[in-house]
Design a protein around this ligand. Structure first.
Ligand SMILES: [Zn+2]
Length: 362
């Protein structure tokens, strides 16, 4: 049985159940785990649990119907503050935390969290995208972390605990959210309205969370993935066509800068996964142990089979070296995207380097 319909995180729920029974709730938590596994949903359920008018927190069974429960879900509860990094920003704006310059420390997330709860429960602050906090932003939170306001609870949501500054990590209780298992992921994808067959395919991609998986549900994205894999199957891939393919996916329908970044991430990550799988295939051949989740992924299987044969012609050791370099190069490209590098040059240099890594073997 999953707690409150939240799939895959019974262990975390159980940890909170014990904590609440003993009335040992900490004042700050860092929820960490892959994007799209349900950290935010869990945090909101926890807020409902703590504020429900009908059920006591230790029951861990918010009614979902009282005014308080409904306001939490509608994000209108006066004692629940939820913020995230705005779409068009690559770092968390300080003004959201401590207010505009002329109203410093008189508005914003930290100020609101430090005020008395309007009702008799607690003040709960949920900060999404905590990975986007820069040092200044993290410092804004320090006061709350070091001297938590009475009856306050701060929950930070992070995809990658290693991206949190030590100042934050050391002051929060860290709870790890696991990647979702395929069946749970499939159920969640279906709940977003994706047809059964495609939901199965998407869940089989072997991703850890809903966000990244759901991105591919869009038909044009799926088509791009097919085109990309076909190009990557050629070793080396044709540079100009590869650049065109990625660039037109990234620019399709004139997206916002953030959407553009998101697509670049998706594209480079997809390429990285392909080369990682290819490395596995090259190392394990000729036995070629097929991964279970490839069964539904004909595009990937075909591309892998083709590239494996071509690469092995030049010897396993050389192929392994080239692939290791390429995987590192795909990772580097993702980091460049995070640092806001110019999209055109990131894509161009990446494609050139792929070509160079694969030509070396000749
Ligand atoms: Zn309730």
């Amino acid at each position: 049985m999953s707690w409150q319909g939240i799939l895959g995180h019974d262990e975390v729920a159980e940890a909170f159940r014990r904590t609440l029974e003993r009335q040992r709730l900490a004042s700050s938590y860092l929820f960490t785990g892959p994007d799209g596994v349900g950290k935010r949903t869990f945090a909101l359920k926890l807020a409902q649990t703590l504020l429900c008018h009908r059920a006591s927190p230790s029951e861990m069974a918010p009614c979902g119907e009282c005014a308080s429960c409904q306001q939490v879900m509608a994000l209108t509860h006066p004692d629940v503050e939820v913020i995230g990094c705005p779409e068009d920003k690559s770092e968390f704006p300080v003004r959201l935390l401590i207010g505009e310059k002329e109203r410093r420390n008189r508005e914003g997330f930290c100020y609101n969290l430090s005020r008395k709860p309007q009702r008799d429960g607690r003040k709960i602050g949920i900060l999404d995208d905590a990975d986007m906090l820069n040092e200044e932003g993290a410092n804004c939170l320090l006061k709350i972390l070091e001297e938590p306001p009475p009856r306050s609870l701060l929950i930070l949501l992070s995809n990658n605990v290693s991206r949190q500054l030590p100042t934050i990590r050391s002051r929060c209780q860290i709870l790890r959210f696991r990647p979702l298992v395929t069946e749970d992921l499939e159920t969640l994808i279906r709940q977003t309205g994706v047809a059964d067959e495609r939901a199965k395919q998407l869940a089989g991609l072997g991703r850890s969370g809903l966000t990244e998986t759901a991105a591919w549900a869009e038909e044009s994205f799926w088509d791009f993935r097919g085109a990309l894999l076909k190009l990557l199957a050629e070793t080396p891939p044709p540079v100009e066509r590869l650049i065109d393919c990625v660039q037109s996916f990234v620019d399709h329908d004139k997206p916002s800068p953030n959407e553009r970044r998101r697509r670049m991430h998706l594209a480079f990550r997809e390429a990285q996964r392909f080369y990682r799988d290819l490395l596995h295939a090259v190392i394990s051949s000729p036995e070629r142990v097929p991964l279970a989740d490839r069964e539904n992924d004909k595009m990937l299987s075909a591309a892998l089979a083709r590239a494996t044969d071509a690469l092995l012609a030049s010897g396993r050791e050389t192929a392994t070296d080239s692939l290791t370099q390429i995987i590192a190069r795909c990772l580097a490209a993702q980091q460049q995207v995070s640092r806001n590098a110019n999209p055109g040059s990131v894509i161009g240099c990446w494609a050139d380097d792929l070509d160079a890594c694969l030509l070396q073997r000749a």
